[in-house]
Design a binder for this molecule. Structure first.
Ligand SMILES: [Fe+2]
Length: 295
Protein backbone atom coordinates (compact mmCIF):
# COMPACT_ATOMS: atom_id res chain seq x y z
CA UNK A 1 0.00 0.00 0.00
CA UNK A 2 1.27 3.43 -0.91
CA UNK A 3 2.57 5.46 1.99
CA UNK A 4 1.46 9.07 2.26
CA UNK A 5 3.96 11.88 1.91
CA UNK A 6 2.61 14.88 3.79
CA UNK A 7 4.02 18.38 3.60
CA UNK A 8 2.59 20.68 6.25
CA UNK A 9 4.15 24.07 5.63
CA UNK A 10 6.12 26.22 3.24
CA UNK A 11 9.16 26.84 5.43
CA UNK A 12 11.47 28.87 3.22
CA UNK A 13 11.92 30.54 -0.13
CA UNK A 14 15.33 31.05 -1.74
CA UNK A 15 15.60 34.07 -4.00
CA UNK A 16 18.02 34.89 -6.73
CA UNK A 17 18.62 38.62 -6.29
CA UNK A 18 19.89 41.15 -8.81
CA UNK A 19 20.48 43.58 -5.98
CA UNK A 20 21.27 41.27 -3.07
CA UNK A 21 22.41 44.06 -0.71
CA UNK A 22 19.13 45.94 -1.19
CA UNK A 23 17.10 42.75 -0.76
CA UNK A 24 18.86 41.98 2.53
CA UNK A 25 18.34 45.61 3.61
CA UNK A 26 14.62 45.31 2.76
CA UNK A 27 14.17 42.01 4.61
CA UNK A 28 15.99 43.26 7.72
CA UNK A 29 14.96 46.93 8.02
CA UNK A 30 11.50 46.89 6.40
CA UNK A 31 10.25 43.35 7.04
CA UNK A 32 12.05 42.92 10.38
CA UNK A 33 13.76 39.62 9.55
CA UNK A 34 17.08 38.76 11.19
CA UNK A 35 20.21 37.48 9.52
CA UNK A 36 21.17 34.11 10.95
CA UNK A 37 24.06 33.23 8.68
CA UNK A 38 26.09 34.49 5.74
CA UNK A 39 28.04 31.93 3.77
CA UNK A 40 29.77 32.29 0.41
CA UNK A 41 27.84 35.46 -0.38
CA UNK A 42 24.46 33.90 0.45
CA UNK A 43 22.41 35.46 3.26
CA UNK A 44 20.04 33.41 5.43
CA UNK A 45 17.23 35.32 7.15
CA UNK A 46 14.79 34.19 9.82
CA UNK A 47 11.26 35.31 10.64
CA UNK A 48 11.66 34.18 14.26
CA UNK A 49 12.27 30.52 14.95
CA UNK A 50 13.73 28.73 11.93
CA UNK A 51 17.34 28.98 10.79
CA UNK A 52 15.96 30.58 7.65
CA UNK A 53 12.70 31.45 5.96
CA UNK A 54 14.21 33.66 3.25
CA UNK A 55 17.52 33.10 1.49
CA UNK A 56 19.13 35.74 -0.73
CA UNK A 57 21.62 34.53 -3.36
CA UNK A 58 23.31 37.22 -5.51
CA UNK A 59 22.69 36.68 -9.23
CA UNK A 60 22.26 38.42 -12.55
CA UNK A 61 18.65 37.20 -12.46
CA UNK A 62 15.80 37.82 -10.02
CA UNK A 63 13.16 35.35 -8.87
CA UNK A 64 12.93 32.07 -7.04
CA UNK A 65 15.83 29.69 -6.74
CA UNK A 66 13.99 27.01 -4.75
CA UNK A 67 11.19 26.38 -2.22
CA UNK A 68 11.49 24.43 1.04
CA UNK A 69 8.59 22.35 2.37
CA UNK A 70 8.66 20.66 5.75
CA UNK A 71 7.20 17.13 5.91
CA UNK A 72 5.34 15.71 8.89
CA UNK A 73 8.17 13.28 9.70
CA UNK A 74 5.99 10.15 9.72
CA UNK A 75 8.19 8.78 6.95
CA UNK A 76 11.98 8.97 6.92
CA UNK A 77 13.48 10.87 3.99
CA UNK A 78 14.66 7.50 2.61
CA UNK A 79 11.06 6.23 2.72
CA UNK A 80 9.83 9.46 1.10
CA UNK A 81 12.43 9.08 -1.64
CA UNK A 82 11.38 5.48 -2.31
CA UNK A 83 7.72 6.56 -2.47
CA UNK A 84 8.53 9.37 -4.91
CA UNK A 85 10.41 6.91 -7.11
CA UNK A 86 7.39 4.54 -7.06
CA UNK A 87 5.31 7.48 -8.30
CA UNK A 88 7.82 7.96 -11.12
CA UNK A 89 9.15 11.24 -9.70
CA UNK A 90 12.87 11.84 -10.01
CA UNK A 91 14.41 13.00 -6.70
CA UNK A 92 17.60 12.66 -4.67
CA UNK A 93 18.78 13.10 -1.08
CA UNK A 94 21.31 15.87 -0.38
CA UNK A 95 23.28 16.03 2.85
CA UNK A 96 25.39 18.84 4.27
CA UNK A 97 24.76 21.20 1.36
CA UNK A 98 22.63 23.79 3.11
CA UNK A 99 23.13 25.60 6.42
CA UNK A 100 20.31 24.83 8.86
CA UNK A 101 18.97 21.86 6.93
CA UNK A 102 21.36 18.93 7.28
CA UNK A 103 19.42 16.56 5.05
CA UNK A 104 16.81 17.15 2.38
CA UNK A 105 15.26 15.72 -0.76
CA UNK A 106 15.65 17.77 -3.94
CA UNK A 107 13.16 17.42 -6.78
CA UNK A 108 11.28 19.41 -9.39
CA UNK A 109 7.54 19.89 -9.75
CA UNK A 110 6.00 19.59 -13.26
CA UNK A 111 6.15 23.39 -13.65
CA UNK A 112 9.94 23.23 -13.25
CA UNK A 113 10.21 24.69 -9.75
CA UNK A 114 12.97 23.19 -7.61
CA UNK A 115 11.67 21.93 -4.27
CA UNK A 116 13.44 20.85 -1.13
CA UNK A 117 11.63 18.49 1.24
CA UNK A 118 12.92 18.05 4.76
CA UNK A 119 11.80 16.97 8.22
CA UNK A 120 14.14 18.97 10.44
CA UNK A 121 15.45 22.53 10.38
CA UNK A 122 17.71 24.13 13.00
CA UNK A 123 16.30 26.85 15.24
CA UNK A 124 17.63 30.35 14.67
CA UNK A 125 18.05 31.34 18.34
CA UNK A 126 17.57 35.03 17.39
CA UNK A 127 13.80 35.27 17.95
CA UNK A 128 11.62 37.98 16.51
CA UNK A 129 13.08 41.22 15.28
CA UNK A 130 12.32 44.42 17.17
CA UNK A 131 11.55 46.84 14.34
CA UNK A 132 9.97 46.77 10.90
CA UNK A 133 6.80 44.98 9.86
CA UNK A 134 7.49 41.69 11.71
CA UNK A 135 5.05 39.31 9.98
CA UNK A 136 3.78 36.28 11.85
CA UNK A 137 5.09 33.98 9.15
CA UNK A 138 5.79 33.26 5.51
CA UNK A 139 2.29 32.23 4.46
CA UNK A 140 2.05 31.32 0.81
CA UNK A 141 3.52 31.52 -2.61
CA UNK A 142 1.73 32.16 -5.90
CA UNK A 143 3.42 31.20 -9.13
CA UNK A 144 2.69 31.17 -12.83
CA UNK A 145 3.01 27.58 -13.99
CA UNK A 146 3.42 25.81 -17.26
CA UNK A 147 1.90 22.30 -17.14
CA UNK A 148 -0.87 23.84 -15.00
CA UNK A 149 -3.10 20.78 -14.49
CA UNK A 150 -0.18 18.39 -14.04
CA UNK A 151 1.34 20.74 -11.44
CA UNK A 152 -1.92 20.89 -9.45
CA UNK A 153 -2.17 17.10 -9.46
CA UNK A 154 1.48 16.76 -8.40
CA UNK A 155 0.96 18.82 -5.24
CA UNK A 156 -2.19 16.88 -4.38
CA UNK A 157 -0.97 13.39 -5.19
CA UNK A 158 2.73 13.60 -4.31
CA UNK A 159 2.81 16.00 -1.36
CA UNK A 160 -0.64 15.68 0.23
CA UNK A 161 -2.08 19.12 -0.62
CA UNK A 162 -5.83 19.74 -0.73
CA UNK A 163 -7.79 21.83 -3.22
CA UNK A 164 -9.54 24.79 -1.60
CA UNK A 165 -10.76 27.24 -4.24
CA UNK A 166 -10.26 28.39 -7.80
CA UNK A 167 -10.72 31.62 -9.70
CA UNK A 168 -12.27 30.87 -13.08
CA UNK A 169 -11.70 27.53 -14.78
CA UNK A 170 -8.14 26.72 -15.79
CA UNK A 171 -6.94 30.11 -14.52
CA UNK A 172 -5.85 29.97 -10.86
CA UNK A 173 -6.14 27.17 -8.31
CA UNK A 174 -5.56 27.38 -4.57
CA UNK A 175 -4.13 24.48 -2.58
CA UNK A 176 -3.21 23.99 1.06
CA UNK A 177 -1.17 21.54 3.13
CA UNK A 178 -2.45 22.79 6.51
CA UNK A 179 -5.46 24.75 7.78
CA UNK A 180 -4.59 28.01 5.98
CA UNK A 181 -6.85 28.58 2.98
CA UNK A 182 -3.85 28.42 0.67
CA UNK A 183 -0.16 27.69 0.89
CA UNK A 184 0.24 27.77 -2.88
CA UNK A 185 -1.71 29.51 -5.60
CA UNK A 186 -0.99 28.16 -9.08
CA UNK A 187 -1.75 30.44 -12.05
CA UNK A 188 -1.92 28.95 -15.55
CA UNK A 189 0.75 30.25 -17.91
CA UNK A 190 3.14 29.18 -20.65
CA UNK A 191 6.09 30.03 -18.40
CA UNK A 192 6.94 29.31 -14.76
CA UNK A 193 7.86 32.24 -12.56
CA UNK A 194 6.88 33.94 -9.32
CA UNK A 195 3.52 35.69 -9.16
CA UNK A 196 3.84 36.83 -5.55
CA UNK A 197 5.10 35.83 -2.13
CA UNK A 198 2.87 36.45 0.90
CA UNK A 199 3.41 37.05 4.60
CA UNK A 200 0.80 36.77 7.32
CA UNK A 201 0.14 39.73 9.61
CA UNK A 202 -1.50 39.79 13.04
CA UNK A 203 -4.69 41.73 12.37
CA UNK A 204 -6.17 44.77 10.62
CA UNK A 205 -4.23 47.25 12.78
CA UNK A 206 -1.02 45.46 11.82
CA UNK A 207 -2.13 45.74 8.19
CA UNK A 208 -2.32 49.53 8.19
CA UNK A 209 0.74 49.89 10.43
CA UNK A 210 2.63 47.81 7.85
CA UNK A 211 1.62 50.30 5.13
CA UNK A 212 3.15 53.09 7.24
CA UNK A 213 6.40 51.09 7.53
CA UNK A 214 6.41 50.48 3.77
CA UNK A 215 5.85 54.17 3.03
CA UNK A 216 8.61 55.17 5.45
CA UNK A 217 11.05 52.90 3.63
CA UNK A 218 9.99 53.95 0.13
CA UNK A 219 7.89 50.94 -0.88
CA UNK A 220 4.47 52.21 -2.04
CA UNK A 221 1.42 49.97 -1.83
CA UNK A 222 0.44 48.83 -5.34
CA UNK A 223 -3.04 47.58 -4.52
CA UNK A 224 -5.26 47.26 -1.50
CA UNK A 225 -6.16 46.89 1.20
CA UNK A 226 -9.03 44.82 -0.08
CA UNK A 227 -10.64 41.55 0.90
CA UNK A 228 -10.11 38.73 -1.57
CA UNK A 229 -12.88 36.37 -2.58
CA UNK A 230 -10.93 33.09 -2.54
CA UNK A 231 -9.50 32.90 1.00
CA UNK A 232 -11.17 36.13 2.17
CA UNK A 233 -7.79 37.49 3.25
CA UNK A 234 -7.42 41.26 3.50
CA UNK A 235 -4.38 42.00 1.37
CA UNK A 236 -2.04 44.71 0.20
CA UNK A 237 0.65 44.27 -2.42
CA UNK A 238 3.98 46.04 -2.90
CA UNK A 239 7.29 45.51 -4.68
CA UNK A 240 10.50 44.43 -2.98
CA UNK A 241 13.73 46.05 -4.31
CA UNK A 242 14.00 43.42 -7.07
CA UNK A 243 10.39 44.15 -8.14
CA UNK A 244 9.07 40.83 -6.87
CA UNK A 245 5.47 41.31 -5.77
CA UNK A 246 4.97 40.88 -2.01
CA UNK A 247 1.57 40.46 -0.36
CA UNK A 248 0.85 41.25 3.29
CA UNK A 249 -2.40 39.74 4.53
CA UNK A 250 -4.56 38.95 7.51
CA UNK A 251 -7.93 37.25 8.14
CA UNK A 252 -7.32 34.31 5.80
CA UNK A 253 -9.98 31.57 5.83
CA UNK A 254 -9.27 28.59 8.07
CA UNK A 255 -9.97 25.17 6.56
CA UNK A 256 -11.58 22.40 8.60
CA UNK A 257 -10.33 19.46 6.49
CA UNK A 258 -12.55 16.89 8.21
CA UNK A 259 -15.69 18.83 7.24
CA UNK A 260 -14.49 20.18 3.90
CA UNK A 261 -15.56 23.70 4.89
CA UNK A 262 -13.98 26.91 6.16
CA UNK A 263 -14.57 28.19 9.69
CA UNK A 264 -17.60 30.51 9.50
CA UNK A 265 -16.91 34.24 9.27
CA UNK A 266 -19.40 37.15 9.18
CA UNK A 267 -18.20 38.20 5.72
CA UNK A 268 -18.73 34.79 4.09
CA UNK A 269 -21.14 34.84 1.18
CA UNK A 270 -22.46 31.36 2.01
CA UNK A 271 -22.74 29.18 5.11
CA UNK A 272 -21.16 26.70 5.19
CA UNK A 273 -18.38 28.18 3.04
CA UNK A 274 -17.06 25.37 0.82
CA UNK A 275 -14.34 25.29 -1.83
CA UNK A 276 -15.77 26.71 -5.05
CA UNK A 277 -15.13 28.55 -8.30
CA UNK A 278 -14.94 32.33 -7.96
CA UNK A 279 -15.29 34.85 -10.76
CA UNK A 280 -13.89 38.03 -9.17
CA UNK A 281 -10.76 38.72 -7.11
CA UNK A 282 -12.12 41.22 -4.59
CA UNK A 283 -15.07 40.73 -2.24
CA UNK A 284 -15.25 44.54 -1.89
CA UNK A 285 -15.47 45.18 -5.63
CA UNK A 286 -12.16 47.05 -5.70
CA UNK A 287 -10.60 45.82 -8.90
CA UNK A 288 -6.87 45.35 -9.19
CA UNK A 289 -5.29 48.49 -10.58
CA UNK A 290 -2.02 46.65 -11.07
CA UNK A 291 -1.61 44.06 -13.79
CA UNK A 292 0.60 41.58 -11.97
CA UNK A 293 1.03 39.62 -15.19
CA UNK A 294 3.00 42.48 -16.76
CA UNK A 295 5.47 42.92 -13.92
FE1 LIG B 1 -1.68 35.75 -2.24
Amino acid sequence: MAQIIKAFRLAYVDFYAKDAAKMVDYYTKTMGYRVTEEREGVTYLSNALDHHNIVITPSTEKGIRRYGYQLDGKLSLEEVLAELHIKGISASIKEGEKPGVAKLIELQDPAGNTLELFTEIEQSKVGYGSSGILPHKLGHIAFYAKNFQETIEFYQQALGFEFTDQIGVGFANFLTCNTDHHVINIVASDETRLHHIAFQLKDASHQYASSDVLAKHGYPVLWGPSRHTAGHNIATYHHDPDKNVVELYTDMDVLIPELGIFEPRPWHEELPMKPKVWEALSAWGTEFNVDLAKI
